[in-house]
Design a protein around this ligand. Structure first.
Ligand code: MN
Length: 288
């Protein structure tokens, strides 16, 4: 059984643009290399938006050197980018965007969701890229809810939606550039579960809603994050309430992380170059 290293619960939130009230669950700025290959996890909502004629969101901004993974639990996110791509991320869908050499995009509430109003709940995870993949072409994986395999846990403990990596021999649809497991887990109250996770990987457990108790006795509720040591190969917990959580695992990328805003590279010189590239329009622009 992996040992628990830290337990923390997110406090105050902030707005990203005018569409996403988020709590930052972890960030390389505060957590350093021990969350590698991950860089950041923002939890948006759940928040109620009244019907409106004007979509809210985050207007044109760049990304370079890593991937953004958007998981929509409720509501809709519509995106548009400088490669000419775009689309809608609906409930249960995942967008895995590889920014790599750089792009410019916008992320807004979907048009129908804006008109209708309702609850927005989503997660955006930033996954770092190994240095050799930071210069590759930007691209998207639009993963529809129906493409994500659902693996039942033993008994009536719950289910695991395998977004990336593999769980119990079932592979998730997302292609990754380093070994990553990303599992959307739903637990039924009262049940005990033990999940096999790879030895040597960073292992994080993030509770969106509900409550679990780890076998070591710690309790983890809404917006709670547990991190585990790299030794051993399983984590175990009991669902105290019906619980919605993410299990994140990955092989650490042992390379320097130099970041500034939406650019994550390996050196200060590369950051300066990224800023120049963006300012001179080399990351492209949105065509309206
Ligand atoms: Mn973005």
């Amino acid at each position: 059984m992996k040992k628990v290293l830290t337990i923390e619960h997110a406090g105050h939130g902030h707005w990203v643009g005018d569409g996403f009230p988020v709590r930052t669950i972890f960030s390389h700025h505060s957590h350093g290399q021990r969350i590698s290959p991950f860089l950041l996890l923002d939890y948006a909502g759940p928040a109620e938006f009244p019907p409106s004629d004007t979509p809210r969101g985050v207007e044109e901004h760049p990304h370079k050197g890593f991937e953004t993974v958007t998981i929509v639990y409720s509501g809709e996110v519509e995106h548009r980018d400088s490669t000419g791509g775009g689309g809608l991320i609906g409930q249960g869908d995942v967008q895995w965007m590889t920014a790599a050499s750089g792009l410019v995009h916008e992320e807004m509430h979907g048009r129908d969701f804006t008109k209708r109003g309702g609850t927005l709940e989503m997660v955006q995870l930033w996954v770092n890229l190994p240095a050799k993949h930071k210069k590759g072409p930007p691209h998207y994986q639009s993963i529809q809810a129906a493409q994500i395999p659902v693996v039942p846990l033993p008994g009536t403990a719950g289910i695991v939606r395998v977004i990336a990596g593999s769980f119990g021999g079932t592979n998730g649809p997302a292609h990754t550039f380093s070994p990553v497991n990303l599992w959307d887990v739903r637990l039924n109250a009262g049940q005990l579960s033990e999940l096999a996770v790879p030895k040597g990987h960073t292992t994080l457990l993030f509770v969106l809603s509900g409550r679990i108790e780890l076998v070591s006795g710690e309790s983890l509720g809404n917006a709670g994050l547990a991190s585990f040591d790299q030794g051993d190969d399983s984590i175990a917990f009991k669902a105290v309430e019906d619980t919605k959580m993410l299990v994140l695992g990955g092989e650490p990328i042992n390379e320097p992380v130099v970041a500034q805003g939406p650019f994550v590279m390996n050196s200060q010189a590369e950051i300066q170059q990224a800023i120049k590239d963006y300012q001179s329009g080399r990351m492209g622009q949105l065509v309206s």
